[in-house]
Design a protein around this ligand. Structure first.
Ligand SMILES: Cc1cc2nc3c(=O)[nH]c(=O)nc-3n(C[C@H](O)[C@H](O)[C@H](O)COP(=O)(O)OP(=O)(O)OC[C@H]3O[C@@H](n4cnc5c(N)ncnc54)[C@H](O)[C@@H]3O)c2cc1C
Length: 268
């Protein structure tokens, strides 16, 4: 389908993007790999697209004390081969490498992936699992949103419509694993599981197991109390609400979650 008509404006700075977002019903576009399909289906009909895709100043990965700062315009392919991540948080590179196909990885951005708040987003789950800090810039300046308060519902985040996500800050993590079950190669996760050891504690996140990316709090609690991977994984579906759709039933997703959580904990 052909999108409904819209105006197009290219931002030359974050401040300019915020200014352009002040227009009625304006929407940011970064890599376009989630938004353009929605425009074509006419699920999204913004009056103006504000293109931030050429703000190369938001395309970086750098060490920031005990954390790693990632610019929101950093593409999945950049994450997959970044030397700082390879050394200090290889889990991010592993997740990015498994997103879609090479075209998607060379256009899609981490900021777009997270801001889109798709419960099937691999990077959304990872940011939640790592307790990332998400830095937004809006008309009143900058604010930091913890990942735990960011995802409000399917495709709904804590970002104000006039805010631009500019940076994601994560801890350095040497032990981590992401497993996703896909129906075809280079596909979205039917269910995904992230597990990481951060400051001595085990954290577990789930993809496609509810309306938002989720933390498997009951699993984390069981591990903290010394449960084996199999025993902890028995709690994998607590607090989840997987959907039934053309890809798989809720019962199948629940089964997968248990299996994948156990495997992820075994591999940690
Ligand atoms: C064929 C295909 C396969 C895919 N497979 C996977 C997969 O396996 N796993 C996975 O996780 N993802 C997958 N994706 C999604 C892909 O990762 C997208 O690139 C990503 O979800 C969106 O990033 P983007 O830069 O393209 O954002 P866009 O499409 O440009 O924007 C998405 C949304 O985020 C908003 N936005 C963008 N940037 C910002 C910002 N900096 N601040 C505030 N709001 C912003 C936009 O307004 C829009 O609402 C796939 C996509 C396709 C087309």
């Amino acid at each position: 389908m052909i999108p409904a008509a819209f105006e197009y404006a290219r931002a030359d700075s974050v401040e300019h993007a915020v200014e352009l977002l002040g227009g009625e019903d304006a929407k940011l576009i970064a890599g376009g790999h989630s938004l353009i399909p929605l425009l074509r289906l006419r699920f999204a009909r913004p009056s103006t697209l504000v293109d931030i895709g050429r703000l190369d100043g938001l395309r970086y990965v750098r060490e920031d004390g005990d954390r790693i700062a990632i610019g929101a315009l950093t593409r999945h392919a950049d994450l997959a081969r970044d030397p700082v991540l390879a050394k200090r948080c290889p889990l991010v590179a592993q997740v990015a490498e498994g997103i879609g196909d090479p075209q998607v990885r060379h256009r899609g951005t981490i900021g777009g992936s997270v801001a889109h708040a798709d419960p099937a987003s691999d990077l959304g789950t990872l940011m939640l699992t790592l307790d990332a800090e998400l830095v937004a810039h809006g008309p009143d300046g900058e604010r930091t949103i913890p990942a735990g308060a960011f995802f409000l519902g399917p495709f709904t985040s804590a970002l104000d419509p006039r805010e631009v996500l500019i940076e994601l800050r994560i801890p350095a993590v040497s032990e981590g694993v992401y497993i996703k079950h896909v129906r075809r190669a280079q596909d979205w996760a039917l269910v995904g599981v992230a597990a990481a050891r951060v400051d001595g504690a085990t954290r577990v996140g789930l993809t496609s197991m509810g309306a938002t990316p989720l933390r498997a709090a009951a699993v984390e609690e069981a591990v903290a109390q010394g449960a084996s991977p199999a025993d902890a994984a028995a709690h994998a579906t607590e607090g989840t609400e997987p959907a039934s759709d053309a890809q798989g039933s809720a019962a199948y997703r629940a089964h997968l979650a248990g299996v994948l959580v156990r495997r992820a904990l075994e591999r940690l």
